[in-house]
Design a protein around this ligand. Structure first.
Ligand code: HSE
Length: 301
């Protein structure tokens, strides 16, 4: 088979009150090239994680690749070369592990002549990675809504235009597992009701690109109050963005913060970075857009 490349976008899950439910694809792409027919396995990494990610068969991309072959009751090819060009920062709240799982699954599925359909790919990636609110937008593009269905994730793309946004990532790692352990087991009715209403309003605000509505609706009472104390400067970064009229939320489980500035994103990014600096954390700002496209496989040129 000719070499091919799997393109998978970064994603921002939750979007405030849409905890474990809403997700948005962003125009920041990992590109992974696969070549079969060699004598031995090889995996190399360029970009994010080049120094820290494993390059043996425990790599998350290869693990998902092998799992997909196993799910199809097939054996993966012995001599596969995988070259990762990683642009999605790791452990930042931008869906890098969902992207890795999807990359391996889509590559295997391509070599297996698309034995699994899109719904099955999303279900397999969710089983491996655990977060349909990252997997679904990475696969489908745009804004997605996900919930647990009778037979796996129930997920749909919702209408949304091209939106500009900024993500500020502090130099601080927060494992999603740790960020989930901080959450309570139950919530008050008031918190639950506020969350349902606001999550629905976030979907409408994104569809209409109504940044004022978004700024008010993007308040959360299910996860952020418990996670923000774990991330130095994050509460202040959200407040700084909101003071400039931007909707802002933790991106996924954090520690990255996503903001939708009403106009010029530069002052919003500067204010959020200043908040992290004041808390003793360096940070970087990514000026991004949403991506209408989801993951795809193309011939490697
Ligand atoms: N919804 C998940 C969480 C996303 O917030 O824990 C993890 O990327």
């Amino acid at each position: 088979m000719n070499p091919f490349r799997v393109h998978v976008p970064a994603t921002s899950a939750n979007l405030g009150p849409g905890f474990d439910t809403l997700g948005l694809a962003l125009n920041l792409w990992n590109e992974t090239t696969f070549e079969t027919g060699a004598a031995r396995f090889r995996l190399d990494i360029e970009g994010e994680g080049a120094q820290s990610l494993p390059t043996d068969k425990t790599n998350a991309i290869y693990a998902a690749f092998a799992t997909t072959y196993a799910a199809a009751k097939q054996t993966p090819p012995a001599g596969v070369h995988i070259h990762c060009l990683n642009r999605i920062p790791l452990g930042a709240g931008l869906g890098s592990s969902a992207a890795a799982a999807l990359t391996g699954i889509l590559a295997a599925n391509h070599l297996l002549n698309e034995v699994f359909d899109r719904g099955q790919v999303i279900a397999l990636a969710t089983e491996l990675e655990g977060h349909p609110d990252n997997v679904a937008p990475a696969m489908l593009g745009g804004l997605t809504i996900s919930a647990a269905g009778r037979n796996g994730p129930l997920t749909r793309r919702a209408a949304s235009p091209d939106l500009s946004l900024v993500v500020v990532i502090p130099d601080f790692r927060l494992a999603t597992k740790k960020a989930r352990r901080a959450l309570p087991d139950s919530y008050s009715r008031a918190d639950a009701v506020a969350s349902v209403g606001r999550a629905a309003l976030v979907v409408e605000a994104l569809r209409a690109n109504d940044r004022a509505l978004l700024a008010e609706a993007m308040a959360d009472s299910l996860h952020q109050p418990y996670r923000l104390p774990l991330i130095p400067g994050a509460a202040q970064a959200l407040a700084a963005a909101q003071a400039l009229g931007a909707a802002a939320a933790l991106s996924g489980a954090g520690p990255g913060v996503i903001a939708f500035p009403p106009a010029d994103p530069q002052p919003v990014a500067r204010a959020m970075q200043a908040a992290f600096t004041a808390a003793g954390k360096a940070s970087r700002a990514l000026f991004l857009h949403t991506s209408a496209d989801g993951a795809r496989v193309k011939p490697a040129e």
